[in-house]
Design a protein around this ligand. Structure first.
Ligand code: GLY
Length: 294
């Protein structure tokens, strides 16, 4: 469709990067960017080469800003919003290297401080109302993947109908209500009668991943967690850990475990979290980021 090319070219002419996104699934590789006009044609060809996944695709302008994750429990009409969080998706410190399933998270996110009401009103509630108008009301966790631009403007990047990983590790422990009470209230469409109570602690989560991840990596490496010496305010969650025939805990995935630490401030949570990482060992070593929370 020549309109797709025109649209991409117009974005370049505004001095921005154009992104082409396949509508269907393409193993996480369905996005192509172009920052010059020639690149638009190449991106268009790449879309054509993706077969069914890109029978329809989106052309949109790239934005530069800081990402945040925001979650609302929705009962079709009423919403309860959690604090915001941030994921750290790149494999290396300073957000360098390949994308991963998430190398760590922290909450609350400083980038959205003072913008919470705006996010709730202008993004979450408008979306929920829009879904009602379209006669497809939504019940469940609504996940807003958003961005704060340098001028504090808010942009929506994506919506998911689930919680985020690893953000939920730093958000769910802060909820003081009984989780099942929240779920039941959402299902019974009575979230307007519930007061969501969240503690005022800060949390970080640091992921320990197999060497080589997110590329190829070996499995079957012994995992040892020294639970007795974990500092107070920390816990370890298993992810890619299984048991071998000798009954030993071994790696079975790329992201092996996550350490979650809570404290009054992010800085204190970081100190505890990285101390707890010292209690985790993987045969042959593992990789983790050293800047989660910064
Ligand atoms: N934190 C990214 C995701 O759950 O999709």
């Amino acid at each position: 469709d020549p309109k797709a090319i025109t649209c991409g070219v117009e974005i370049i002419q505004q001095g921005k990067t154009a992104f082409f996104k396949a509508r269907g699934l393409y193993e996480g590789k369905g996005v192509v960017s172009a920052s010059e006009i020639q690149g638009v044609f190449q991106a268009f060809e790449r879309m054509q080469g993706m077969g069914k996944a890109s029978e329809q695709f989106l052309v949109e302008e790239g934005e530069v800003g800081e990402e945040f994750s925001y979650y609302a429990l929705v009962d079709g009409k009423n919403v309860l919003c959690l604090k915001s969080a941030q994921d750290n998706k790149r494999i290396f410190d300073d957000d360098k290297g390949d994308m991963t399933g998430g190398m760590g998270a922290h909450a609350p996110a400083l980038i959205t401080q003072g913008l919470e009401e705006k996010i709730e009103e202008e993004i979450v509630r408008r979306t929920v109302e829009g879904l009602i108008k379209e006669e497809t009301p939504y019940t469940g966790w609504l996940y807003v993947g958003g961005m704060v631009l340098p001028n504090k403007e808010l942009k929506v990047i994506e919506f998911n109908s689930r919680l985020g990983d690893p953000e939920c590790h730093v958000l769910l422990p802060g909820i003081q209500n009984k989780y099942l009470d929240l779920v039941e209230a959402a299902l019974a469409q009575r979230l307007d009668q519930v007061k969501l109570v969240q503690d005022d602690l800060s949390r970080i989560c640091i992921i320990g991943a197999s060497l080589g991840y997110p590329g190829s990596y070996e499995k079957g490496k012994r995992v040892t967690i020294d639970y007795d010496n974990l500092p107070a305010g920390t816990h370890v969650l298993s992810a890619g850990i299984g048991m071998n025939e000798r009954g030993e805990f071994v790696t079975i995935g790329g992201r092996i475990f996550s350490v979650v630490a809570e404290a009054k401030t992010i800085i204190e949570a970081m100190a505890l979290g990285y101390q707890a990482m010292e209690c985790c060992q993987v045969e042959g070593g593992f990789q983790s980021r050293s800047d989660i929370g910064l």
